[in-house]
Structure formats: structure tokens, C-alpha cells
Design a protein around this ligand. Structure first.
Ligand code: DOR
Ligand code: ZN
Length: 344
């Protein structure tokens, strides 16, 4: 197959940042994706409906002329989030979920939750209002190996959360392990997982290929090959519990190439093309549309996009670096060949 036409995809997990950076990263996503769940880990975080409304306006202002890209906003769950904040979010037209970060787990997570049980009343309100809980599913304990933190989160918290709130819509974001897939595959109730393209493409060797590779450093970390394979099987299965979430997370080059580099892979500029590459390698291009364009809206209770995009097998070269205002960002697959290209 040299061409594929699919309904316009959506990105169910995206970091757009703020300020001048928006002018670079919003168009990169808006070119191919109809909508995106926008992560709230700004500094300070997006805590309230009013914060989300203001942030949404800044994103819309950075959209290219004529684009009808729709940012789907999220609130950042803190230990001071109230039941009323949840009610307001559920009543708003544009807040679609609440994001849980364990305090200290990742970029701008210091305002996150220290003890999950403390926010149970707020989670109960989310269950009542049908507002999904998006989880950064990792524990942060320093005595737990960094490669095991997702599996330990699942073991310690996920089943308890699910059985306490059986009606709660939950998304295990950026699933990276076979443990995550095992859980999501068989748990009763409205549970799903997003899967990034870099976790589908790479195993953890990619962090050390010929030297230290800071542009492959993200959280949760990329895992062993057997985990990557489990993610590919899940993503390409057509199962509606799995959908596309890039976790595209731009950082300036100097912040990545540093003695204490930031976590995040900037995949937005070729995300849908790279997912196509992964699906093709798995012999499952015919299931790309379910994963990229249908399963996500179904979970969120939204209609799929009406229009379509077309991808063609015409290799092109990804830039080595992209300019964003005064900064430089190194995209995923910088300087290398991308097999598929958006053509229409
Ligand atoms: O690698 C990551 N980068 N993982 C996250 O959870 C956050 C993200 C970011 O915001 O940079
Ligand atoms: Zn993220």
C-alpha cells in the first residue's frame, strides 16, 4: 500500500507550552490533527476553568489562519482542587478531563498530588460528572527503580482506584509496559490507554545508541523490547481501549542537552507519519484509523472528525533543528528519513 486515507486524527495527549513557543508547536499539530487534549503542566499550572479558558484563547491565537483545530482543555489535579472546580469543569464546553501528576514525577509536577487517597472526594465528583481522569501512572519513591515505576503504580494504585470508582473514566496515559497493557486489556469499566509513537518505535537501547541520547529521554522512560512489542500489539489490535496520544513535549535544545536534561520528545512535526510507519511495519495500516481517529473520540463521547487526511509513501527528510522564537528544538527523527508524507 502506497497511499492511505483516514479520517482526520486527534492527539489525545499533547504538550503545547505557552508564550512564543505556541507559534511553533501549535501549527505543527494543527496541520494534521483535528483536536488535541492539551496537558495543563504549565508554570503555574492550569488549575481552574478560568485558567483553561485563558490558555485556550492563547492557543487559538497561535493557530494558522483558516485552521479549525480545537484544543480540548484539561485541569491539573492538585491537593487543593475542589469538588466545585470539578462541577465547573464538567459544565464548561471546553474542559474535557483532569490530569493527575504524582508530585515530582515529571516536568512541572511539583504542584501534583502527594497522596492519591487525599483527592478521592474530587475523583468521586469526576465519576459523578463523567469527567475522565488522565493518569501519569508512575510512583515517585526514590527506592523504586525508574524503569519499574509504572508497573509499581499499577500494582499499588490502579486496581484500588478502579474498584473504588467503578464508573470513573480513566486513561492510563503514555502506557509503556506490558503490565499496563495487561491491566487495561482486562479491567472492567471505562478504562483506556494512550500510546506514544516513540514508545512504539524504540526500546531503551535508543537512550544509549553510540552515546547518551538526550532527545530520547522522556517520562515514563522507554522500556525493554518485550514491552515495546506489547505496545505495538495493543495499538495495532483495533481494540477501542487504545488510542493515539503523542505526549509530544518540546523543550529547548539547551534544556535537553544539559547535565540535568529535561524529559520530553518533540514528535508533533511528523507524528501521524511515524505512527503510519509503525503500523505498516506491524502489517496493520488498515487499523491506523481506529487507533488515530475513532477510538479516542468514542471514549471521550465525541464524534469523529468529518474530514480526512491522506498519507503517501514519499520519503522526506526531517530537519535537524527547528526554530521556535529565540530557541531551537530538536524534533524526533531529526535529520533522518521519514517514509510517509501527508499529501492533501
Ligand atoms: O517526557 C515527558 N515530558 N513526560 C511527561 O510526563 C511530561 C512531559 C513534559 O511536559 O515535558
Ligand atoms: Zn505528557
Amino acid at each position: 500500500m502506497n497511499r492511505i486515507r483516514i479520517r482526520r486524527p486527534d492527539d489525545w495527549h499533547l504538550h503545547l507550552r505557552d508564550g512564543a513557543m505556541l507559534n511553533t508547536v501549535v501549527p505543527a499539530t494543527a496541520r494534521n490533527f483535528g483536536r488535541a487534549i492539551v496537558m495543563p503542566n504549565l508554570k503555574p499550572p492550569v488549575r481552574t476553568v478560568a485558567d483553561a479558558a485563558a490558555y485556550r484563547e492563547r492557543i487559538l491565537a497561535a493557530c494558522p489562519a483558516g485552521s479549525d483545530f480545537e484544543p480540548l482543555m484539561t485541569l491539573y489535579l492538585t491537593e487543593t482542587t475542589s469538588v466545585d472546580d470539578i462541577r465547573q469543569a464538567a459544565e464548561s464546553e471546553f474542559v474535557h478531563a483532569v490530569k493527575y501528576y504524582p508530585a515530582g514525577a515529571t516536568t512541572n509536577s511539583d504542584s501534583g498530588v502527594r497522596e492519591l487517597e487525599r483527592v478521592y472526594p474530587v475523583i468521586e465528583a469526576m465519576e459523578k460528572h463523567g469527567l475522565p481522569l488522565l493518569m501519569h501512572g508512575e510512583v515517585t519513591d526514590s527506592d523504586i527503580d525508574v524503569f519499574d515505576r509504572e508497573a509499581v503504580f499499577i500494582e499499588r494504585h490502579l486496581e484500588k482506584l478502579r474498584s473504588t470508582f467503578p464508573g470513573l473514566k480513566m486513561v492510563l496515559e503514555h502506557a509503556t509496559t506490558s503490565d499496563a497493557i495487561d491491566f487495561v486489556q482486562s479491567a472492567p469499566g471505562p478504562i483506556a490507554a494512550t500510546i506514544t509513537v516513540h514508545h512504539l518505535m524504540f526500546n531503551r537501547n535508543a537512550l544509549f545508541e553510540g552515546g547518551l541520547r538526550p532527545h530520547h529521554y522522556c517520562l515514563p522512560l522507554i522500556k525493554r523490547e518485550r514491552h515495546r512489542q506489547a505496545l505495538v500489539v495493543a495499538a495495532t489490535s483495533g481494540n477501542e481501549r487504545y488510542f493515539l496520544g503523542t505526549d509530544s513535549a518540546p523543550h529547548p535544545k539547551h534544556a535537553k542537552e544539559s547535565d540535568c536534561g529535561c524529559a520530553g520528545v518533540y514528535s508533533a512535526p511528523a507524528a501521524i507519519e511515524l505512527y503510519a510507519e509503525v503500523f505498516e511495519a506491524a502489517g496493520a495500516l488498515d487499523r491506523l484509523e481506529a487507533f488515530a481517529s475513532l477510538n479516542g473520540p468514542a471514549f471521550y463521547g465525541l464524534a469523529p472528525n468529518e474530514d480526512t487526511i491522506e498519507l503517501e509513501r514519499t520519503p522526506w527528510q526531517m530537519e535537524r533543528e527547528l526554530t521556535a522564537d529565540d530557541d531551537t528544538i530538536v524534533p524526533l527523527r531529526a535529520g533522518s528519513e521519514i517514509v510517509w508524507r501527508r499529501v492533501d
